[in-house]
Design a protein around this ligand. Structure first.
Ligand SMILES: [Zn+2]
Length: 143
């Protein structure tokens, strides 16, 4: 298996795959443990404690949703590893880079596209500001 513009070596791909699998396993194990924990608490049900259990459960649910979201991203990355599109920017198709992938194995954008998308957000804010600034300028012009 040799691709002409291969930039991730098989060794690097294996390393990233292990990284992703380990994160996945960690989350799955945590989910199982949390499930057991919830059951235990319900068995020991104490009416005075119910309110605090509810608060805890909603915290856990929020945390769990975030983990499930991350889990989906990991599965997507693993699928991309299999079909050979992993590590390429979803926006411009450029190579994301091994170091960035090791730091964020679920990264879908290269650094410049990521920066650009953040800049666009800032520009939108600036656009709103410059509109009101334009109004002030035209009012100054009237004087
Ligand atoms: Zn890009």
């Amino acid at each position: 298996m040799t691709r002409e513009n291969e930039y991730l070596t098989d060794k690097q791909i294996n390393e990233l795959k292990e990284h992703l699998m380990a994160s996945k396993e960690e989350i799955v194990n945590k989910q199982i443990n949390q499930g057991d924990y919830c059951l235990d608490r319900n068995e020991l049900s104490d009416p005075l404690d119910e309110a605090s259990i509810n608060v805890q459960t909603s915290h856990q649910l929020r945390f769990r949703n975030r983990e499930l979201f991350y889990l989906k991203k990991i599965s997507k990355s693993l699928m991309k590893l299999d079909d050979g599109t992993y590590g390429l920017c979803e926006d411009c198709g450029v190579e994301i880079g091994f170091e960035r992938l090791m730091a964020r194995p679920t990264a879908e954008l290269c650094i410049s596209c990521k920066e650009e998308s953040e800049l666009t957000e800032k520009n939108n804010v600036f656009h709103k500001r410059s509109k009101s600034l334009g109004k002030t300028l035209s009012e100054i012009g009237k004087r």
